[in-house]
Design a protein around this ligand. Structure first.
Ligand SMILES: [Zn+2]
Length: 66
């Protein structure tokens, strides 16, 4: 498991929020209740709280580490 820090957010063309990670990858932060409940991502204040937060990067896990 690889941890990456969230460095910022942007919206994709469908309006979904995407986290930008310190490893250079991006990860969707979908707010899609009741399956994925991420109401925090809908507000600027909520997103600001997650800047610098460490999350597991799915992309990094798929890439075999040397
Ligand atoms: Zn990554």
């Amino acid at each position: 498991m690889r941890l990456s820090k969230i460095t910022g957010f942007h919206q994709d063309e469908e309006g979904h929020w995407v986290a930008e990670l310190s490893c250079g990858h991006q990860q969707h932060m979908r707010h899609d209740p009741p399956w994925q409940n991420r109401a925090w991502v809908m507000t600027a204040e909520g997103r600001a709280r997650f800047i610098g937060m460490e999350i597991f990067c799915r992309r990094c896990e798929e890439i075999p580490q040397p």
